[in-house]
Write a protein that binds this ligand. Structure first.
Ligand SMILES: Cc1cc2nc3c(=O)[nH]c(=O)nc-3n(C[C@H](O)[C@H](O)[C@H](O)COP(=O)(O)OP(=O)(O)OC[C@H]3O[C@@H](n4cnc5c(N)ncnc54)[C@H](O)[C@@H]3O)c2cc1C
Length: 381
């Protein structure tokens, strides 16, 4: 491979598709490899609820993810506008509710979000709702909850529609000869060599294999997540609703056509076997306790996948190896932070700058140069 802009991308899940498209738009010739087929069924992205909730997530993650998430929320509409196929995206906020038995946990959750707001006042402050305010947002929940919290600017998108729309955009480039798609071809980093040395800073291989990179990134682990998709026309919820739950952050995300995603369990084990009875009971009873009309819903799908997660549960851009960029560790925030990671990666590709990475707090490893790199992030000279 000698062409200056001949680029290899491993993994056609969320990050690999976004990265491929952006590089094709920049005139690269791309070879895209995936271990699975074009439907992305091997990816965590195919299972995700695709909630875009930076403030709600601040109760369980670091400020850098919150900042990247806020960036992502603003950036998604621009990225989606470039696609020919429509992708459901909405920004009607997140509603947070709890049953009285979980009031202490709700108070803790609220305090954590307040702390985030105090640290960064430009982030939205959770609004406290009474029963009437809950009813005006979601009339079908009338009288069921006395108190709630509301984050008006949070959003969500449809993961399946996004993966399909990105796939269709890639096929257009394939038809023009700019892209070679290699489905069902698992690859490792060592499978690629170049017969000419790289120009300084030129990345030739992007590793976006998620958990598939584990054999070459020992800190990676999978965190099991289970979601259930229901068709429930009797339920009329218009925005993602989090139910404070003692075991995991649980949400009910309404999609188009009366579909609801109930998720997600978070279990510290790497296991993609089918959804367990326990998780099914917990997810469905949580939905039923939110709205009794879920009882008449129909189970459309039950899915399990492992979230690609690094030891610190934070995403990382690894530039340690010359010519190679690894983007991984997106954990439970892939859709939330992918636009930020994409733009950080492109800034490096375009100008070998890490300004955006620094300002958002993205962890960057290498290139190893102690005077200019500190805590893995490059300092301005
Ligand atoms: C249950 C669940 C719920 C989630 N909910 C949300 C949510 O609400 N909001 C949010 O922001 N995020 C959510 N996520 C997280 C999000 O899905 C992930 O962070 C994101 O998909 C990671 O993107 P990725 O591109 O790094 O990996 P993936 O999307 O997993 O893609 C990796 C790709 O690499 C391919 N691959 C693997 N090995 C190889 C190989 N050797 N060669 C070539 N290709 C290979 C795979 O087939 C796959 O297509 C959720 C995840 C799960 C599991």
């Amino acid at each position: 491979m000698t062409h200056a802009k001949h680029t290899v991308i491993l993994g056609a899940g969320l990050m690999g598709r976004l990265m491929s498209l952006a590089l094709l738009e920049r005139g690269h010739h791309v070879d895209l490899y995936d271990a699975q087929g074009s439907d992305a069924q091997g990816s965590a992205a195919a299972v995700a609820a695709a909630m875009l909730a930076p403030m709600a997530e601040s109760a369980i993650t670091e400020m850098s993810v919150v900042q990247m998430g806020r960036y992502g929320l603003q950036r998604w509409p621009e990225l989606l506008a470039r696609l020919k196929e429509p992708v459901f995206f909405q920004q009607k906020g997140t509603l947070i509710l709890w049953h009285s038995a979980d009031a202490h946990e709700a108070q803790r959750f609220h305090q954590l979000m307040e702390q985030t707001h105090a640290r960064e006042p430009s982030l939205e402050k959770p609004q406290v709702l009474d029963a009437r305010a809950i009813e005006s947002l979601e009339p079908s929940l009338s009288q069921r909850f006395q108190k709630g919290l509301y984050l008006p600017s949070e959003g969500q998108l449809d993961n399946a529609q996004l993966l399909k729309a990105l796939g269709s955009a890639l096929y257009l480039y394939e038809a023009q000869g700019a892209l070679s798609l290699h489905w069902h071809e698992p690859k490792a980093l060592g499978d690629f060599t170049w017969d000419a040395p790289s120009q300084e800073g030129l990345v030739r291989l992007f590793d976006c294999r998620g958990l598939g990179a584990k054999t070459q990134w020992s800190e990676l682990r999978g965190v099991r997540g289970e979601v259930i998709r229901l068709h429930a026309p009797g339920v009329q919820l218009s925005r993602p609703t989090r139910l404070i739950h003692p075991r995991y952050p649980l949400y009910i995300a309404p999609k188009e056509n009366d579909l609801y995603v109930i998720g997600a369990t978070e279990i510290e084990v790497e296991d993609s076997s089918p959804t367990s009875v326990r998780s099914t009971l917990e997810l469905l009873s949580a939905a039923y306790s939110l709205h009794p009309a879920f009882a008449e819903g129909r189970i459309v799908q039950m899915n399990t996948q492992n979230r690609p997660t690094l030891t610190d549960n934070l995403p990382c851009m690894d530039l340690t190896h010359p010519s190679t960029m690894k983007l991984n560790g997106l954990y439970r925030h892939g859709f939330l932070i992918a636009p930020a990671l994409l733009d950080c990666a492109l800034e490096w590709v375009d100008s070998q700058s890490l300004k955006l990475s620094q300002s958002l707090g993205l962890k960057v490893l290498g290139p190893s140069d102690p005077p200019t790199f500190m805590h893995g992030v490059r300092r301005e000279a």
